[in-house]
Design a protein around this ligand. Structure first.
Ligand code: UDP
Length: 444
């Protein structure tokens, strides 16, 4: 009897506990929902206010100008455009009748006020001009925005994943705060924006010719080279490399002999823009590695890591294997090879492993000299000079966060990490490079 009573009381206690828990959980859910509704409404109010102010500030003077122009020479005030809209629909919007893209689009703020567009959303696609893709129905579940994550990444040439993946990332992750941050990052990134559709396949700066190509295209070419069994030398050139070529003619000649010379960094992006030959993407080694690892797993390609201080390449290999299960790291060795005997041993080791991809991280120009000198002796297919890459991927050094890369400030992050070593390279080297690239173009 006593035992039963105890059972009942514990049962009641439990029940009460559950009820209390449920009530608290219910209140929590209500509060959470309330917060979501509040933040959404707050978001909408902020969006409308911002669009209204931007319209007032930028569009009204232009509207006034266009109306006067219409009265005096009859040129229409607006151009109509059809865009892909919410839920697979097509909608007509208006922009100002100007040739300049930015001036033309200032009228879009009006369409935020009429609820046709969002201020920040997925990017606008023109009906009949831009191709519709499979994921469009999903990403256009909301109205498109004047500003977008894709516009931001495309401007700074860091959208290596491609448009759809970036739009998906936005659709899944966006919120009020992230939208505000996109808007803030867009302002500096827009400096690099280039609306030109036709871009040259190659660009030459200070006598060094490099490819104007996207990350995906380079990776596809590497796959073809590996499958065909050809040996290719791949070099990245950043502003510091260009500056080094001025004194080091041997390095300059090596760069000219590279099978793939690829532009690295925001400095090269700016120089190309100033010189009237804009870049398609900033194809740097650090951003390339995840793409390389993915294709290596998919195609069973092996990778050998040569370079950096003892232990760094091994640590990086271990980390990569965890991130990309199935990745074949067929060997690694540090990059401080002092004697010809040691060099012979390393070359034999690489040849025995026969990597499809050999990454050489000894810093420029040492790695380019090493690759150029020994490529013919190596049983490796794509040989890439990657600078300080191993230090980042081994966890020894932190890479700049993505938002800093998006606004072209990765160099500042590195400068703060190693102020002494990077001062000459960035604070003096970057402006010197821009000046040199500008004068070499004028000279040409
Ligand atoms: N390094 C090397 N062997 C050397 C000199 C340097 O392996 O004889 C490594 C060094 O440990 C570092 C990388 O090369 O990991 C150079 O990094 P840095 O940032 O200078 O290269 P960058 O990206 O500027 O070319």
């Amino acid at each position: 009897m006593k035992a039963r009573r105890i059972e009942i009381t514990t049962f009641e206690k439990r029940l009460k506990g559950i009820r209390v828990k449920n009530r608290t959980a219910g209140i929590r859910i209500l509060c959470f929902r309330g917060l979501i509704i509040l933040s959404r409404s707050l978001g909408r109010v902020c969006e409308f206010t911002a669009a209204f102010l931007l319209f007032l500030l930028f569009a009204t003077p232009l509207l006034f100008f266009c109306v006067i122009r219409k009265i005096t020479n009859g040129r229409p005030v607006f151009i109509r455009k059809e865009i892909y809209w919410q839920n697979g629909k097509v909608r007509t919007i208006r922009v100002f009748n100007f040739d300049h893209r930015v001036l033309r689009n200032t009228f879009l703020f009006f369409h935020v006020l009429t609820c046709d567009l969002r201020l920040i959303g997925v990017s606008i696609k023109e009906y009949g001009k831009d191709a519709r893709t499979a994921g469009d129905n999903f990403i256009y579940s909301d109205r498109p925005g004047i500003f977008s994550l894709w516009f931001l990444r495309n401007s700074s040439r860091t959208g290596h994943e491609g448009r759809m993946q970036v739009e998906m990332e936005y659709t899944f992750r966006h919120g009020f705060l992230s939208d505000v941050l996109i808007l803030l990052r867009t302002l500096p990134a827009a400096v690099f924006h280039n609306p030109k559709a036709e871009l040259p396949a190659e660009v030459t700066i200070m006598g060094v010719t490099f490819r104007n190509i996207t990350m995906q295209e380079v990776i596809d070419l590497f796959i073809k080279d590996i499958v065909a069994g050809s040996r290719k030398k791949v070099f990245f050139v950043n502003p510091d490399c260009f500056n080094k070529t001025v004194k080091n003619k041997y390095y300059y000649e090596i760069l000219r002999r590279g099978d793939y010379v690829l532009p690295d960094g925001i400095g090269v992006l700016l120089a190309c823009k100033f010189n009237g030959t804009p870049l398609r993407e900033n194809v740097n080694g650090t951003d390339m590695l995840p793409f390389l690892c993915r294709v290596a797993v998919e195609n069973s390609f092996s990778i050998y890591l040569l370079g950096a201080r003892p232990g760094v390449a091994e640590a990086m290999g271990g980390r990569l294997k965890k991130t990309y299960p199935g990745l074949k790291i067929c060997g690694s060795h540090h990059g401080f090879i002092d004697s010809s005997e040691e060099r012979g041993i390393v070359i034999n080791e690489i040849n025995a492993a026969g990597p499809d991809i050999l990454l050489v991280a000894m810093g420029a120009p040492a790695q380019e000299i090493w690759i150029d000198r020994f490529a013919s002796e190596l049983n490796a297919k794509v040989i890439i000079g990657v600078g300080g890459l191993f230090d980042f991927y081994s966890g020894n050094m932190q890479r700049a966060p993505r938002w800093m890369r998006e606004i072209g400030l990765e160099w500042l992050f590195r400068l703060l990490q190693e102020p002494r070593r990077m001062f000459l390279r960035y604070i003096l080297g970057n402006p010197l490079f821009l000046w040199r690239s500008w004068t070499s173009r004028r000279h040409k």
